[in-house]
Write a protein that binds this ligand. Structure first.
Ligand code: G3H
Ligand code: 13P
Ligand code: NA
Ligand code: ZN
Length: 313
């Protein structure tokens, strides 16, 4: 997948999955656009849905749709979690050692890479710290550390990883920047500071042709935030990464773009809108279907307008 993405100047969407409707919405969109897709499960997703359910949901999606689908562990916190997923049939795992200092991150990543490669599974690692919330590790904005380009060559060589997540100004969640960090455009919409494309360019020079991963890459699409707020929700000053910056990243060595918050917003928008329009409904199939419809619409939009992965399956 990454070789094609690198050479084709696009990125593969890595979408977080937690239940059936999310898996269906994402994979129906990808199949209609003939796009490969990565479905990723966090430790929290495995706790919520349980490993076998996630695995079988993805197997069902593969049976129904004729496109390449990878099942990836998102933010594996330790060797044991990575091993459990490798043993469980995941095709790829992330070991997130970004909270450790450089040498310790290398050592722990090496252990995961050794086990994964023995089992034909590829590994993503992370260097640098994203601001915001990474699972239960909260990184205050002022502690956020951009990836240091001088470190990437040694890290990649020593660990043998297959892809590298970097920190260039993205962060997790739907509130990526404080309003005071942003300017407002003519419509009053918050515009955040630019990602550090200069750091990305330095990294690309140090490790040519190596697949880079962007976490925290939701755009927090105003349409879904508006629907949520108009239907009883309250999400003030939600702000994400502008789409033009993600399009630019997708054309670079960035081969994998992680999206979770946008899915959460789309699903919530569909369900809230449904309940407001139909207060008499109580059949989960009715409101979950609307959540799923918005997930599908969102993923189609991402593939066509941001990632550029259509017709590459
Ligand atoms: O990067 C984190 C993902 O958005 C997963 O979030 O740990 O709440 O499932 P979660
Ligand atoms: P968002 O919160 O921007 O969707 O990021 C998701 C992510 O990085 C999952 O690993
Ligand atoms: Na790319
Ligand atoms: Zn992430």
């Amino acid at each position: 997948m990454f070789k094609k993405a690198y050479e084709g100047g696009f990125a593969i969407g890595a979408f977080n999955i937690n239940n059936m409707e999310i898996v269906q919405g994402i994979t129906e969109a990808a199949a209609e656009l003939n796009s490969p897709v990565i479905l990723q499960a966090s430790a929290g997703a495995r706790k919520y849905a349980k490993g076998p359910y996630l695995r079988h949901l993805v197997e069902a999606a593969l049976e129904v749709n004729d496109i390449p689908i990878a099942l990836h562990l998102d933010h594996g916190p330790d060797f044991e979690t990575c091993k459990a997923c490798i043993d469980d049939g995941f095709t790829s795992v992330m070991f997130d050692g970004s909270k450790y200092e450089f040498k310790e991150n290398i050592k722990r990543t090496q252990e995961v890479v050794a086990y994964a490669h023995e089992h034909g599974v590829v590994v993503e690692a992370e260097l640098g710290k994203l601001a915001g919330i990474e699972d239960d590790v909260k990184v205050a904005a002022h502690e956020a550390a951009y990836t240091q380009p001088e470190e990437v060559e040694e890290f990649v060589r020593e660990t043998g990883v297959d892809s590298l997540a970097i920190a260039i100004g993205t962060s997790h969640g739907a509130f990526k920047f404080k309003p005071e960090q942003c300017t407002r455009n003519a419509d009053g919409v918050l515009v955040p500071p630019e990602l550090r494309f200069d750091i990305l360019a330095e990294i690309e020079k140090k490790i040519p042709e190596f697949p880079i991963v962007l976490h925290g890459a939701s755009s927090v699409i105003p349409k879904y935030v508006k629907i949520i707020n108009e239907n009883g929700g309250k999400l003030d000053d939600a702000v994400g990464i502008p789409e033009d910056q993600l399009r630019k990243a997708a054309k670079s060595a960035v081969c994998k773009i992680n999206i979770d918050s946008d899915l959460r917003l789309a699903m919530t928008a569909g369900i809230r809108q449904h309940f407001f329009a139909h207060p008499e409904h109580f059949d989960p199939r009715q409101y979950c279907a609307d959540g799923r419809t918005y997930i599908k619409e969102l993923v189609e939009h991402k593939i066509k307008e941001v990632l550029g992965s259509q017709n590459s399956a």
